[in-house]
Ligand binder design. Sequence first.
Ligand code: NAP
Length: 341
Amino acid sequence: MAGTVLVTGGTGYIAGEVIDQLLDKGWCVRTTVRSKAKSEARLRGRWPGAGDQLYVFEADLMSDAGWDLANEGCTHVAHVASPFPVGVPRDENELIVPAREGTLRALRFAQAAGVQHFVQTSSSAAIAYGHPASKTAFDEADWTNLSAPEVQPYVKSKTIAERAARDWVAENAPEMAFCSVNPVAVLGPVVNDDLSASIEFVRRFLTGEIPAIPRVGFTVVDVRDVASLHVLALEAPADKIRDERFACAAEFMWMEDIAQVLRQHMGEDARKVPSRRMPTLVLKLTALFSRDIRQIAGEVGKRKVVSGQHAKDLLGWTTLPVEQTVLDTARSLIAQGVVRL
Ligand code: NAP
């Protein structure tokens, strides 16, 4: 089955992989970027044979301009674009406002264009934060607790955006088949030097910029599997996905496990990957002045296992082994010249 689908944020790591898989399956793909002047050549370069199977439109999450044209003729939308910085911003509204307003804008214009099938890229950020450390298993039934003090702006932005989307659909478009895909930490091959925030620590492991390993871990998923879940959700019958959440997760790994996979399989290329553990006190002190570290400081020692079983059961989704995901991330960073050893 193939029709015309809008994928928002075509410059992004996940959106790029989603577009890749949709083009392969014969979909006609439209995508939005903030600046065509900056991005269209790069996108065309990635899919040189796409021709008129791919159209690029200019639209910002913060403005109405361009969204009507981008949605024209579409039957399906995958709303992937949302700000995802490495560190904590000075003002949380830098993330919350575009995440929430952008999602509502994407929904409004989709509805006006007659789109009936809408997949939102949410996050495990909307599932697994603000809970007591004793809670270690998470799935679609869980929602992040926004009143917990350690909850960071990015986590808030994703939770608020998903809640707002669900409320809006219930009130304004109950006929629309809406679901969210909620990925955990996304790793896997990169195709250029424009890195998603989730790749940054693997890059820093390889370059030696992280001298010791924080006792932090997360459930990991491969970008290729994140994209395939989006495609499964787009291609599923409306009634199968309506109102669903799909936690998009493979396996939990401590950062130590990731470093060990790199050291075990990458020989000389992993010579700068740390093997010492960072004392938690050092991490907490560093978080006082480093916005990057502040993002993870509240997560020290927490084992949060998010289950992707529901997507496997309902949609037949499968995941790659996480060791392969980690190694493909590192090898692609070297192959793309992002990491020079
Ligand atoms: P990414 O590569 O940084 O992509 C983010 C995309 O959002 C970019 O295309 C960016 O456009 C776009 N964007 C940001 N602010 C925008 C604005 N004001 N107007 C229009 N576009 C805007 O990150 P990603 O990893 O692919 O993330 C994509 C989605 O997946 C996000 O919703 C993120 O929350 C979610 N997610 C990611 C992970 C992960 O570990 N990577 C995990 C869970 C969920 P520019 O290129 O113009 O900046």
